[in-house]
Write a protein that binds this ligand. Structure first.
Ligand code: BES
Ligand code: MN
Ligand code: ZN
Length: 470
């Protein structure tokens, strides 16, 4: 049996030429649906399926209700609902005159993602999808950079979904090294080099693990020669047991996603390379595993960071900030960036504050921060600004070292951000994104099935296009 058909209906029930054709072939079935309260009850971006329509060889026709203002977010949502409808069947999308047909296809691709490589009987994957449009060259040209973006998102999701016995620090680094084929310059710093650089804070986190700690630097330099790059810095804790301050068993399995920040950085770098972005961007990720062991660091240890500041480790489970302290400093020293954006699944407290709908955004630079928030809003990625302030620093004052790594329960996400700020140079524009609540979801979202979302790849790519690409 031939596959399935999706068509678009304006909120007022207006149909394009191909949809009218389907309506007449089905002897008015589409129009009867539009005139019914079934259609009234649909929200924009939702669809209704007519199964085994008379007069058509297709298995089913899905009528998708469009939004009144069809921005990129609602166009993608319309595509996503088609992905759920198509499943493994072949799908033909009729969008002859829709101005955002490419965005519809992008939403379809994002929602069609599935992580089933570890099932002994994996699904067949998405069926073939064809679009019927009046201006195929134009739509194809618009879809090309979106395909690069989808690949970046999938790269991020695959990394976040991958369990920690497979995605070790070594395996993660190897997957990043493979991006050399795309023209990304990849350097892997091993433990002896990290030791020489003085990254004792990062190394202390990984010293209880069998997996060696690594820092991976990814450089994409197709912007103006000599122009300072944007630095993207990511927390890559491949598994966070908590260390000696071990976490409770319930839910510990979710800590396979504690490398989500590094995964977003990697996905953005992949997208930039695939779409040959005219920008200078450097990605730096700290890959470590936080495990309890005879060699693991203890609560109460004092470590010296690459910057030189000493840190009292009150809680070995506040490890992300130790990793970031050193790679933030390294990124600034080594690359003299025009700005720094770090991403980290840093605190449970950000989930208490913002839930799973918004990432926490902390910044010392209103212009850069506003540009990021605009990019996130355009892309439909929830982001909410949180405060910084020197008054919080008293919570992380240490009796015996320069600073301590936890500030207790009050303002847990803010004290974490204040900790990081200590490793940001004066005048350096900086954004810290706490993505603990948004990197992984227990329920499907508009554009992603359950599991890794890839949150941030779209917003950061747009920010780079808007602000760092000439
Ligand atoms: N990786 C966790 C934060 C986290 C929690 C990410 C839930 C995703 C979901 C982080 O390393 C952590 O353990 N943070 C502690 C900090 C505390 C010890 C100060 C926390 O949030 O409880
Ligand atoms: Mn932790
Ligand atoms: Zn962690």
């Amino acid at each position: 049996m031939p596959g399935r058909i999706a068509l678009l209906a304006a909120p007022d029930g207006k149909l394009d030429t191909l949809a009218r054709k389907i309506n007449s072939l089905t002897r008015g079935a589409v129009r009867r649906l539009l005139d019914s309260d079934q259609f009234d009850k649909l929200k924009p971006g939702e669809g209704h399926v007519i199964w085994f329509p008379a007069g058509l060889a297709a298995e089913a026709v899905q009528v998708v209700k469009l939004a009144r203002n069809c921005d990129v977010v609602s166009a993608r949502k319309a595509g996503a609902v088609m992905a759920k409808f198509a499943g493994e069947a072949a799908l033909t999308v009729l969008a002859p005159t829709h101005p955002r047909a490419a965005e519809i296809s992008f939403g379809l691709a994002l929602r069609g993602y599935d992580f089933d490589i570890h099932k002994s009987k994996p699904g067949k994957g998405a069926g073939k999808v064809s679009f019927m449009v009046n201006n195929p060259e134009k739509v194809a040209a618009e879809a090309a950079p979106l395909a690069a973006l989808a690949e970046g998102v999938f790269f991020t999701r695959d990394l976040v979904n991958e369990p920690s016995n497979i995605l070790t620090t070594t395996d993660f680094a190897a997957r990043l090294a493979a991006m050399q084929e795309l023209g990304v310059d990849v350097t892997i710093l091993e433990e002896d080099q990290l030791e020489k650089l003085g990254m004792r804070a990062l190394l202390a986190v990984g010293q209880g693990s069998e997996s060696p700690s690594k820092v991976v630097v990814m450089r994409w330099n197709r912007g103006r020669p000599g122009e300072a790059p944007l630095a993207l810095v990511g927390k890559g804790v491949v598994f966070d047991s908590g260390g000696i301050s071990i976490k409770p068993a319930g839910g510990m399995e979710d800590m396979t996603m504690d490398m989500g920040g590094a995964a977003v950085v990697s996905g953005v770098m992949r997208t930039l390379a695939l779409r040959k972005a005219r920008a200078n961007v450097v990605g730096v990720v700290g890959l470590v595993e936080n495990m309890p062991d005879g060699r693991a660091q203890r609560p109460g240890d004092v470590v010296k960071s690459m910057k030189g500041d000493t840190i009292e480790v009150i809680n070995t489970d506040a490890e992300g900030r130790l990793v970031l302290a050193d790679i933030l400093w390294y990124a600034q020293q080594e690359f003299k960036p025009a700005g720094v954006i770090d991403l980290a699944t840093l605190t449970g407290a950000i989930i208490i504050g913002l839930g799973h709908e918004n990432a926490g955004v902390f910044s010392n630079d209103d212009a850069l921060c506003d540009a990021f928030l605009r990019a996130a809003r355009t892309e439909g990625e929830g982001a909410w600004r949180m405060p910084l302030g020197d008054a919080y620093d008293k919570l992380i004052k240490s009796r015996i070292a320069d600073i301590k790594n936890t500030g207790g329960r009050p303002a847990g996400s803010i004290t974490a951000a204040q900790f990081l700020k200590r490793f940001i140079k004066d005048e350096m524009p900086w954004i810290h994104l706490d993505i603990a609540g948004v990197a992984l979801r227990k329920v499907a979202t508009d554009l992603a099935p359950k599991g890794a979302t890839g949150w941030g790849v779209l917003a950061l790519d747009r920010l780079i296009r808007d602000r760092f690409e000439g």
